[in-house]
Design a protein around this ligand. Structure first.
Ligand code: M6R
Length: 366
């Protein structure tokens, strides 16, 4: 049931506020400023003993993990590696019983992720499945299972699962910090207070849909689009590029903004659009100088920044603004225009939005 939407994907983009609310629901104790670890699904793993984290995933789930890494390391000071499931078994395993290996998978059936998490378990790691589908194969093979409760995701392009996965991993980071006493309860309370704002701010951000539909006309004939960002926004850029490729078959690449001058800047000319993620965060100034470099070479700029940022607007050809908010909330909001942009470009191109060519919702072959 598409609930009145033209496509499942659009419906699922619009279900993000609900998806995040369901993920955080019952796991955050607002009164005590604590994470409810039992409700999170951890009962066999002892979080106090963890001194290293490995996140294993594919595609969008890999980007959710890569993005959340910044928060987990910040809260816990525990080193986090994020590994592509399909590659992780080709390296010598160095995990041990103090390593928490996390399989992040919407479907819980992705064969690469399943094999990789089994490999970590065999080598002695504590394994946790963060999945959307209850009773999945990946969950069966892990010590603990934590559901994201995003609700069924039908569109092949993952959207609401992404934001639910990011929120789940942030909660896990807070849970680890709480158990290992790495953050004060005041600090945890502060983070909880931010997280609970995400659903309503997502709701607000979704109102950008008709504006994005309008500007998508400018991009649907492009043969290639670059996406750049720094820090967490690097992985929002990666997610934006993946979605565009999947849905509209337009070549796209996501790049860390600082890497531009190490090669890809050679691509820039007056025909190339660059989607620049530059909201007001700790890396803002540096990203702005990258945008200026692109502009100086004639590249066309679609920036995604903070509402009312006239400086950024003045150096952009197109501008999409999200509300000013804290760094925990930002990546949730900037991901929305990524999903909507690829959706509307695909609609304009007339591709099969919910079932793009050559793709399957869960990839069960290696
Ligand atoms: O079910 P999973 O989260 O394990 O799936 C992983 C990827 O196959 C998936 O995210 C894929 O990249 C999506 N089609 C992206 O939109």
């Amino acid at each position: 049931d598409k609930n009145g939407y033209d496509h499942y994907m659009l419906k699922e983009i619009h279900e993000q506020p609900q998806a995040v609310a369901q993920t955080i629901n019952g796991r955050l104790d607002l009164e005590l400023g604590k994470i409810n670890i039992d409700n999170y699904g951890i009962s066999n793993i002892n979080l106090k003993e963890i001194d290293r984290i490995q996140i294993i995933a594919c595609g969008t789930s890999f980007y959710a993990g890569s993005l959340a890494r910044y928060f987990i390391e910040k809260f816990t000071k525990i080193p986090v590696e994020v590994e592509l499931a399909s590659e992780s078994r080709y390296r010598t395993s160095t995990v041990n019983s103090r390593t928490l290996s996390i399989a992040v998978s919407q479907s819980g059936e992705t064969i690469d992720t399943l094999q990789a998490i089994k490999f970590s378990k065999e080598n002695g790691a504590q394994t946790l499945a963060i999945v959307n589908v209850p009773g999945s194969t990946i969950a069966h093979n892990c010590h603990d299972e934590s559901l994201i409760y995003a609700g069924p995701e039908v569109g092949v392009a993952s959207t609401k699962a992404f934001s639910a996965q990011v929120s789940s991993l942030i909660i896990l980071g807070l849970a680890l910090a709480q158990e290992q006493k790495k953050l004060s309860s005041e600090k945890i309370t502060e983070c909880i207070d931010e997280l609970v704002k995400v659903p309503s701010l997502l709701e607000k951000t979704l109102t950008l849909s008709s504006y994005i539909e309008k500007i998508s006309k400018k991009f649907y004939k492009a043969s290639s689009i670059l996406f750049i960002g720094r820090g967490q926004q690097w992985f929002v850029a990666m997610e934006g590029a993946l979605k565009l490729k999947e849905l509209s078959y337009i070549h796209a690449e996501g790049y860390a903004a600082g890497e531009l001058k190490h090669g890809p800047i050679a691509l820039i000319d007056e025909n190339l659009w660059v989607v620049c993620l530059a909201p007001k965060d700790s890396y803002y100034e540096k990203t702005i100088s990258n945008i200026e470099e692109i502009r100086a070479r004639g590249g066309k700029i679609l920036s995604v920044g903070t509402e009312g940022d006239e400086d950024l607007k003045s150096i952009s050809d197109e501008f999409i603004g999200v509300v000013e908010c804290s760094e925990i909330i930002l990546p949730f909001l900037t991901a929305v225009p990524m999903h909507l942009l690829s959706y509307w470009i695909a609609v304009k191109k007339g591709t099969d939005v919910d079932q793009p060519r050559n793709l399957a919702k869960s990839v069960t072959v290696e």
